[in-house]
Design a binder for this molecule. Structure first.
Ligand code: SAH
Length: 464
């Protein structure tokens, strides 16, 4: 029995790191039922194939009393079956769990992979084979073998040579084979007990719940023991739902917080009636993209100190391909918010989104003078993380910032103290709005301040 796995993802020899098997060596592993030999028939930058040759001892398997000749003469040494699954988990177990010490990111990345199974039994025929693998994203090639080439009239056998290819993570390819090979064979060389349900869910949990043939797969994997397959299916459904809900929640937090922030800032800008807008520390230009879509914003200027961010913004917004009208509304330039810059003067409004926490605290005063003292836009919409809200970010350790480059993160009180001071010093009024889900105890994840320059008239009134 021969299984091959080929990567055409350059450098393809990284397959060796993912499998923890050196491409220049041939290694053999002893298994309860025989030997597994692992070697690489090809290993170049563009194409690398690992082969696992299983040598199964058919006599050793059935040694004992009361065996019939039939049991000595069987297809087990040649056909892919649950023996292959055991070999995969023993020899490629770390890779099947998605771990790699040398290439941890690659282990989680879909690669151009193909697998070849020399002989796969499948009584139900090619259609069934396809029904199992195609929903997982593989293109499937099969060749069915005749019972005997000398006697074609005997017809086709139940044996296929199978090729699978797709863009998958190695981890997934291995667990698909681990589960589906014995399902196709529809037999198991060992007693199937309760722990087999655990194995099925561990290997199949993520993809099996969504597989259109999940009932058949569970039934055959568990050797047609109804109670086991029912248990597996109900757990699949429950765990699948939980998993999905969990995924959605994290996704929602990631998507909506970023999007809500942009939405909140854009709304505050729009409410101010501003037409000419600065986005200071514009980064990759997410806010710029949103503002461009609203024609009320006549001129939109992105400024960032980082040339790389500006390039990304240009690429993301496809500036070169914007229609001329849109193109003429957008400007991008490099500049620092810590130095006076004449180009920043004369705008209706400025957005400063998730930027101030990147400044060293001693430099904040310079920023205040540059923006509120010198550029003096009518409106400033400024956001920063709420340090108290970090308690709700599960992945953060206590006291850890949300971003490695953050120099500080303020609690609500600290933010307000700074904003009030700035407003007073430079003649602005300020109000505060939450962004994101507001928690009763710790507040929202992002805090936003909207500064409005007090009208010259009012300033005069006040000073007289
Ligand atoms: N406003 C964007 C980016 C926030 S990340 C968004 O919300 O997605 C902070 C950005 O501030 C980075 O792009 C960084 O390059 C920029 N930045 C940091 N220090 C700066 C400075 N002194 N002058 C201008 N931009 C600065």
């Amino acid at each position: 029995m021969l299984l091959t796995i080929t990567s055409t993802n350059p450098p393809a020899t990284d397959l060796g790191y993912l499998l923890h098997k050196n491409p220049t060596r041939c290694q053999s592993f002893e298994l309860p039922f025989g030997m597994a030999h692992v070697f690489y028939p090809e290993a170049s930058d563009r194409r690398c194939t690992v082969a696992m040759l299983l040598e199964i001892d058919p006599v050793g398997l059935v040694r004992g009393e009361g065996r019939t000749l039939k049991e000595y003469v069987n297809d087990r040494p040649y056909a892919a079956s649950s023996f292959l699954s055991v070999a995969i988990s023993r020899v490629f177990g770390t890779a099947m769990r998605g771990r790699s010490t040398e290439r941890p990111v690659l282990a989680l990345t879909p690669l151009s992979l193909s697998a070849g199974i020399s002989v796969q039994p499948c009584r139900e025929g090619e259609v069934f084979l396809r029904r199992l693998f195609e929903p997982l994203g593989y293109s499937v090639q099969t060749e069915q073998h005749q019972l005997d080439e000398e006697f074609p009239e005997w017809g086709e056998s139940r044996y296929f040579t199978v090729g699978l290819s797709g863009e998958v993570r190695l981890q997934d390819l291995l667990s698909h084979l681990y589960v589906l090979v014995p399902v196709l064979d529809d037999d198991k060389h060992y007693w199937v007990g309760d722990d087999e349900v655990d194995k099925l869910l561990e290997r199949g949990g993520e993809w099996l719940a969504a597989h259109p043939e999940k009932e058949v797969i569970a039934e055959r994997y568990l050797k047609h023991q109804r109670t086991l397959s029912n248990e597996a299916l109900s757990r699949l459904i429950e765990e699948g739902d939980e998993g999905l809900a969990r995924e959605e929640e994290t996704l929602e937090e990631i998507i909506t917080l970023g999007e809500q922030r942009i939405g909140a800032v854009a709304a505050a800008l729009k409410n101010s009636g501003a037409r000419r807008i600065l986005d200071l520390g514009c980064g990759e230009g997410r806010l710029l993209g949103t503002l461009l879509q609203d024609r009320d914003f006549e001129e939109i200027v992105g400024v960032d100190v980082s040339v790389r961010s500006l390039k990304r913004a240009r690429d993301r917004l496809r500036v070169d391909r914007l229609p001329p009208m849109q193109r003429s509304r957008l400007k991008l330039f490099q500049g620092s918010l810590l130095y006076r810059d004449r180009r920043l003067a004369g705008y209706d409004a400025a957005a400063v989104v998730e930027v101030i926490e990147h400044f060293d605290p001693p430099r904040l005063a310079a920023f205040e003078r540059v923006l509120f003292g010198f550029a003096r836009p009518g409106t400033v919409v400024l956001t920063t993380p709420n340090a108290e809200g970090n308690a709700n970010f599960e992945t953060l350790l206590d006291g850890e910032f949300r971003h490695r480059d953050h120099r500080f993160e303020w609690k609500r009180e600290e933010f307000r103290a700074w904003c009030n001071g700035v407003a007073e010093k430079f003649g602005y009024g300020v109000r505060y709005l939450p962004v994101g889900r507001e928690d009763e105890a710790v507040g929202p994840p992002t805090q936003m301040a909207v500064f409005e320059r007090e009208s010259p008239l009012r300033q005069r009134e006040e000073s007289s």
